[in-house]
Design a protein around this ligand. Sequence first.
Ligand code: NI
Length: 191
Amino acid sequence: MAIRKVARLGHPVLRQKARELTISEIGSPEIGRLVADLMDTMAEYGGIGLAAPQVHESVRLALIGFDGGSRRYPGMGEQPLQALINPKVTVLDPTRQGFWEGCLSVPGLKGLVFRPRRIRIDFLDLRAEARSIEAEGFAATVFQHELDHLDGVLFVDRVEGGLGDRKLAFQEEYERYWMPAPGQPIGELAD
Ligand code: NI
């Protein structure tokens, strides 16, 4: 197990469409090692999700998991740690909900992104068994953000608005001007 270097915005690996894993690969020692490294790397950086392309492995595998004590995303509820292989998203409620997102591959920046608020993800687990989970609210955003990484999409691509109203900020300015006060809703619905 090891902490891996995280690719940052500008590295071509983040823009590739990652390939699916085969059933025989899923049980392999290489993929076992990759999952362990993703866990270590995510824990080291305080992430709530990490996709394989972010550690320079262009395969369709991502980890997601967070608890209420996340350093980077306080008060966002919890989601048990889950490895998702070859995931597919189905939108269950297209109502768009906006959250300020960040990314270990875009350090220091936060941006307001609107996404469908309830989804189902069909995927294979680490034993190559087909599974499906539903997510809503902030968790739905986290899943969609991570799965975007498998298609070469970063949250900065999805920040809306033009000159003057694009909600993109450095962490410090986010905290100063945009962060919801304690007790305020962390997400907002699209108009
Ligand atoms: Ni990310």
